[in-house]
Design a binder for this molecule. Structure first.
Ligand SMILES: Cc1ncc(C[n+]2csc(CCOP(=O)(O)OP(=O)(O)O)c2C)c(N)n1
Length: 350
């Protein structure tokens, strides 16, 4: 058989070889400044989410609330890889993305508690917040709905001739939705600058990925038939995330079209605030926390290399706790929206 007459299956196998698992070696180093920046940003998310969990328990947050604790390295590593004007869009597990995008903790907390100075004027809640100023496009409650929208952001970047990139985040559960593949097709066909970030935290509500997804061990490969390269990344190591992000963003900016990054991560808390957690053992969670925690990894490196002392890190934690406490205080004192706001912000006047 002539070399250019290979069977389709062979060609597909060759294409899929372009996708790969993360290189096992951890050769990506951060400068002490980068380590410290990553530490602070991840800790802000951790402390914010702990506070949100407490406030939910106190009855101050109504509706749904999905915490990001454990997954902090994904959004922070990628935030370190993007530039001014690049866009973020994600699901309902979104508080970390907002803080990473530079949205104010007090505005996010005020929204969680349904107050008038919240990002959606107290009418969107945990799952529906936006900031065009910070290029954060939500906050979406329908599983995978943000994927075509994030693809649309990439289309607008290309159409308007900017070199901006859309980071479109979704869970591993969402990868089984049809609209993801419609998005993959058009993004590849039109070479749209979108990084599809699969946050694989292993469980979609109470269903393990192995029970729900065919070939679940290689979700990074789900775009291969569309010619989209993909990589699997240690999503608990912020350095590996940043390195993969650098590569994917450069790929998009160079006009090569989309790329998929499958971030292997883990959520410590329940799916949402009510979760019987019968689908995994306490030991499994404990092991992840003890051996792979993204913040502890950075902390150990900072201390181990003498880039920071225990006291300095304690000081940072104290400052971050103060920011979060102030945000909670602000939210509690902010009034609820006026009843007359019930019918506003529903339709945009054209
Ligand atoms: C279209 C749709 N189907 C079902 C749901 C209910 N639901 C909410 S979250 C979720 C699990 C999604 O899991 P995954 O995409 O892995 O994201 P994670 O919650 O782990 O971040 C489901 C089924 C929904 N919101 N939208």
């Amino acid at each position: 058989m002539a070399a250019d007459k290979k069977p389709a299956a062979t060609k597909a196998a060759e294409r899929s070889r372009k996708s790969k698992r993360a290189a096992p070696e951890k050769s990506i180093e951060f400068t002490p400044e980068q380590e410290l920046a990553a530490y602070k940003e991840m800790l802000l998310i951790r402390r914010f989410e702990e506070k949100a969990g407490q406030m939910y328990g106190m009855g101050m947050i109504g509706g749904f609330c999905h915490l990001y604790i454990g997954q902090e390295a994904v959004v922070i590593g990628l935030q370190m890889a993007i530039g001014e004007g690049d866009q973020l869009i994600t699901s309902y597990r979104d508080h970390g993305h907002m803080l990473a995008a530079g949205m104010e903790p007090r505005g996010v907390m005020a929204e969680l508690t349904g107050r008038r100075n919240g990002y959606s004027r107290g009418k969107g809640g945990s799952m529906h917040m936006f900031s065009r100023e910070k290029n954060f496009y939500g906050g979406h409650g329908i599983v995978a709905a943000q994927v075509p929208l994030g693809t649309g952001l990439a289309f607008s970047n290309k159409y308007n001739g900017t070199d901006r990139v859309s980071l479109t985040f979704f869970g591993e559960g969402a990868t089984n939705q049809g609209q993801v593949y419609e998005s993959f097709n058009i993004a590849s066909l039109w070479k749209l600058p979108v990084v599809y970030v699969i946050e694989n935290n292993r469980y979609a509500m109470g269903t393990a990925v192995t029970r729900a997804a065919a070939k679940s061990e290689e979700l990074y490969n789900r775009g291969s038939v569309y010619g989209i390269p993909g990589e699997q990344v240690d999503g608990m190591d912020v350095r590996a995330v940043k390195a993969a992000g650098d590569k994917a963003v450069a790929h998009c900016r160079a006009g090569n079209g989309p790329m998929i990054l499958e971030m292997m991560t883990y959520r410590y808390r329940g799916h949402s605030m009510s979760d019987p957690a019968k689908y995994r053992t306490k030991e499994e969670v404990q092991k992840m926390r003890q051996e792979h925690d993204p913040i502890e990894q950075v902390r150990a490196r900072l201390i181990g290399s003498n880039a920071a002392s225990e006291d300095e890190l304690k000081g940072i934690d104290k400052d971050i706790r103060a920011v979060v406490a102030e945000a909670a205080e602000y939210a509690q004192n902010d009034p609820e929206p006026d009843a007359s706001e019930l019918w506003t912000d529903i339709l945009v006047d054209a």
